[in-house]
Design a protein around this ligand. Structure first.
Ligand code: EPZ
Length: 430
């Protein structure tokens, strides 16, 4: 099993190309099930989660072809992928596939809208929390679906005539349930209004793609989304938006290690709150023509408190990385997680590097230390694992991160991107 070896202490200098967003690519790929025409997605990152979803979509009958194209020699493998689901050959998403990746549950929306039925395994819990699916069930029920749960599966059917437009106000903001209801509503009879919808850029990107396919969606990016149903959708060509979490992660890596780096092919407006928090730690951030420049020179890292929140708040997917940064701040910071109930698995691993962190409910108190020391650590989930890399960049000596498959789910060529900027990071295959 691969491990990542980091020898800390080097500053980062250079250019890091930002990949297409994993969390946009996944729902966009799933949207291809809504049409019998071809959906072409550009800038799709090469990640384990994308490969897994390719297998899942294939199981439903999608014909998928990848045009690998080296967009920038040696730096990015962004791909253009064509998805054609001429016929849906199976409306069942089995446990063996869904349990590997929660987002695969989202196929329930397009399958139900297009085929009138879907049998999708419950995704189960995961390392960061219980993550139920009640909002999906209530929302699809509001569009006329009949849903029962049996033997670990959600069995959903639609009465003759198809889904009907309805009104659903999410009791809690959910990115995934917003994606699914928006997709399902595109083919419903009549108009659907979704209240308290997620405003994340990935939701906006999905709406943009669905509209290019012929859907009639308005209000995306606000908390009320209106979808006027259409009889069918066509193919389209769409470019996946930049990964704001990857952007924020590398910005925090520079804030931690020091240096001067340009994050290319990204957009500061996707992560204003996080960038503001990084600025307050003492780093300088400016916008360039095609991305962001981040500079941190000699001065220490100032402590900054953050609270995670749905967009446009501080993203939960950057919480672990920010904690990694705060471990070396010059004072005490508080990090509060409000989205997931168990997203502090990195605390114990950061402690192995010498971090001083205490937990009280959903808040971590981080007392900055002047030095971290490399140690063997274990990745527990995708974002937690990259927080260990960030800490390792500033730790003395060697940090060895095991269970790197978590990282491979969401960070494209991480070691290469960091190494090109002067970091000492390498993948070790046993
Ligand atoms: C998406 O997950 C992202 N995943 C997550 O990123 C991200 O952390 C999360 O949104 C929040 O921003 C993808 O886009 C593939 P939610 P999602 O539904 O949609 C509760 C990463 O590291 N909830 O917005 O699954 C839920 O338990 C991943 O890339 C219900 O209670 O998250 C959580 O507390 C991890 N009932 C909250 O809502 C439901 O039916 C927000 O979850 C659905 C969700």
């Amino acid at each position: 099993m691969d491990r990542i070896r980091i020898v800390g202490g080097n500053e980062l200098h250079g250019v890091i190309p930002i990949s297409g967003a994993k969390n946009a690519a996944l729902p966009l790929m799933i949207a291809s099930l809504l049409t019998d025409d071809t959906l072409t997605l550009e800038n799709v990152p090469h990640l384990a989660d994308v490969e897994q979803l390719i297998r899942i979509l294939g199981n439903h009958g999608a014909d998928i072809s990848v045009n690998g194209r080296r967009e920038r020699q040696g730096e990015s493998y962004a791909r253009t992928i064509h998805f054609t689901s001429r016929n849906i050959v199976s409306t069942t998403a089995p446990y063996e596939l869904v349990s590997k990746m929660r987002a695969s549950f989202w196929v329930i929306g397009p399958l139900l809208a297009r085929e009138g039925k879907a049998r999708v395994s419950l995704p189960g819990g995961c390392a960061i929390g219980t993550r139920p699916v009640d909002l999906f069930i209530d929302g699809l029920t509001a569009l006329g679906a009949n849903i029962e749960i049996d033997g670990g599966y959600v069995n959903a059917t639609v009465p003759a005539g198809g889904l009907v437009g309805g009104r659903y106000v999410f009791p809690k903001v959910s990115v995934g349930a917003t994606h699914v209801l928006m997709m399902a509503a595109t083919l419903a009879n009549g108009t659907t209004v979704l209240g308290n919808a997620a405003r994340e850029p990935e939701v906006v990107d999905l709406a943009k793609c669905l509209n290019a396919m012929g859907a009639k969606i308005t209000g995306q990016g606000t908390n009320t989304i209106t979808v006027e149903g259409v009889p069918s959708l066509s193919g389209a060509r769409h470019r996946v938006l930049p990964d704001r979490i990857e952007t924020g992660t590398y910005a925090m890596a520079v804030a931690m290690a020091g240096g001067d780096v340009i994050l290319e092919d990204t957009d500061a407006s996707l992560l204003e709150t996080a960038l503001e928090a990084i600025r307050r730690t003492g780093a300088e951030i400016s916008e360039t023509n095609s991305g962001i420049r981040i500079v941190r020179s000699g001065a220490g890292i100032k402590p900054v408190d953050i609270v995670t929140d749905p967009f446009p708040g501080f993203p939960t997917d950057l919480q672990a990385q920010f904690m990694g940064l705060m471990t070396k701040s010059s004072g005490v910071s508080h990090i509060t997680e409000t989205i997931f109930e168990n997203r502090f698995m990195h605390v114990q691993e950061l402690a192995r590097l010498g971090a001083k962190i205490s937990l009280s409910g959903q808040t971590a108190k981080v007392e900055g230390v002047s030095r971290l020391k490399g140690a063997p650590v274990m990745a527990t989930d995708l974002r937690a694992s990259v927080s260990l890399v960030i800490a390792g960049l500033a730790a003395e000596g060697e940090t060895m991160v095991s269970r790197v498959y978590h990282l491979d789910r969401g960070f494209e060529r991480l070691e290469e991107k960091l190494t090109r900027c002067g970091a000492h990071v390498e993948r070790v295959s046993d």
